[in-house]
Design a protein around this ligand. Structure first.
Ligand code: URA
Ligand code: CA
Length: 442
């Protein structure tokens, strides 16, 4: 067997054997198969697809292409992954809450990419916080505290690195088997035995339609059954930023405010829903109602906030930020963006808002850029709200007046208003588990 046979078979739309899949994954990981042959195969997979067995084999083969962690954490290692959003700080809310309920949250995270913020960048806005921890230390924090969030080790799933960078430049990102294997191979390699996925739907999401997002969620859940892992997927909307705060330190502040009981809203709601699925996937409880009760108890008793403090301390950070959010980096200029006419906020271009934050300095334009942890903005209105001229739509936390003025223009052009009442944006669409698809009534 050689790569040409594999290419010929997938071109003809045949299913590939596990040996054929192992052959090209090994070649992608060790560089022995040239990019042009890998690229051709990626396009054949994009066009002809893969069945569930092939996708499971591809995922496991990619996971085994590098180091596999087998963390001993006194429980079921559980992870959560979002396919990308703006103002999405669910990890910082749910990891401590799930840990407070006995879960073992083992989270390897990424940097911000393009217009979406990265959990690691947010955490690094906490003074002293270390996110590059040796494996044993990471596992030991998960075992003792119950949660840790660190950067993904380069030794995990090296085949994905090669394939992902080729997909980016060959128009093969939007392939369900390729997305599923890319995301899950990294989770499997990091040792997660229970995984909850937050599959975003809406403009700017990985899959263009709700139907395709549900198909992606179903494909991920299917792989769990093939690979002996417990997987659930929530399909959620991304019509506007999930939390009101966008920017690194600002998003940490919002997570702390929620854990301290000072803030609520869609970020809290989605975090609790995802957290409930994590408790169920971990086997810590069996119904959504019981899981939500456990999480609400952890929130009301302050145990969740206490867990966040413990995690920050264990990772070298200054946990006093949890009692005094003014210890987080503060931007020098606060600037209100005001409505120019009356109407209902009907549409928010989330990608444009994410890009506006990135331009302010909250994200990188180039890989080497240093981010400004303090900058960003707080949305004061959500889709469906009515505004009068002069009402504050958003408060900018900017590095300078000029930075603020620049951003004001970008933000105003990302928001559209109508004279007729506009419906609120839907948050939760569907829950996919091995038992099937359940439509969520928001
Ligand atoms: N994120 C990944 O890691 N891989 C994909 O294919 C898509 C999103
Ligand atoms: Ca990409």
């Amino acid at each position: 067997m050689d790569i040409l046979t594999v290419l010929e078979n997938k071109k003809q739309g045949r299913t590939l054997s596990r040996e054929e899949i192992d052959l090209f994954v090994r070649g992608a990981a060790d560089g022995s198969i040239p990019d042009y042959q890998l690229a051709a195969l990626l396009m054949a997979i994009r066009l002809n697809g893969m069945d569930a067995r092939e996708t499971a084999d591809l995922t496991l083969s990619m996971a085994h292409s590098g180091h596999m962690l087998d963390p001993q954490v006194d429980g079921v290692p559980v992870d959560k992954h979002s396919t990308g959003g703006v103002g999405d700080t669910t990890t910082l809310v749910l990891a401590p809450l799930v840990a407070a309920c006995g879960g073992k949250v083992l989270k390897m995270s990424g940097r911000g990419l393009g217009h979406t913020g990265g959990t690691l960048d947010k955490l690094e806005s906490i003074p002293g916080m270390q996110i590059a921890l040796p494996e044993e230390e990471f596992v030991s924090i998960v075992r003792t505290v119950g949660c840790a969030v660190v950067s993904q080790s380069a030794q995990l799933a090296p085949a994905d690195k090669t394939l992902y960078s080729l997909r980016d430049v060959t128009a093969t990102v939007d392939s369900i088997p390729l997305i599923v294997s890319s995301i899950l191979s990294k989770k499997f390699a990091a040792g997660a035995k229970a995984i909850v996925l937050d599959v975003k739907t809406g403009s700017g999401a990985l899959m263009p339609t709700l139907e395709a997002s549900i198909d992606l969620a179903m494909a991920m859940v299917d792989i769990g059954a093939h690979a002996g892992r417990s997987i659930a997927a929530v399909v959620s909307g991304m019509e506007e930023p999930l939390g009101s705060h966008v920017g690194n330190a600002l998003e940490v502040k919002e997570a702390i405010d929620i854990l301290a009981g000072r803030a609520a809203g869609p970020l809290k709601k989605v975090s609790l829903f995802l957290g409930a699925q994590m408790l169920i996937a971990s086997g810590l409880t069996d119904t959504e109602e019981k899981a939500l009760n456990m999480l609400n108890e952890a929130l009301d008793s302050g145990k969740g906030l206490q867990k966040l403090k413990e995690m920050i301390t264990a990772q070298g950070g200054d946990c006093r930020v949890c009692d005094d959010v003014s210890l987080l980096p503060q931007a020098p200029v606060l600037y209100p963006v005001r409505a120019q006419e009356s109407g209902y906020l009907a549409h928010v271009n989330g990608t444009a808002l994410g890009l506006a934050a990135q331009r302010m300095g909250a994200g990188r334009m180039k890989k080497e850029d240093v981010i400004d942890p303090a900058v960003g903005f707080v949305m004061e209105k959500r889709i469906g709200d009515f505004v009068q001229p002069g009402d504050v739509l958003c408060t900018l936390h900017a590095s300078s007046e000029e930075n603020a003025k620049d951003t004001e223009t970008r933000i105003l052009s990302a928001l559209s208003f109508t004279k007729e009442p506009a419906p609120r944006a839907r948050l939760l669409y569907a829950l996919v588990t091995p038992h099937g698809v359940r439509e969520l009534d928001d």
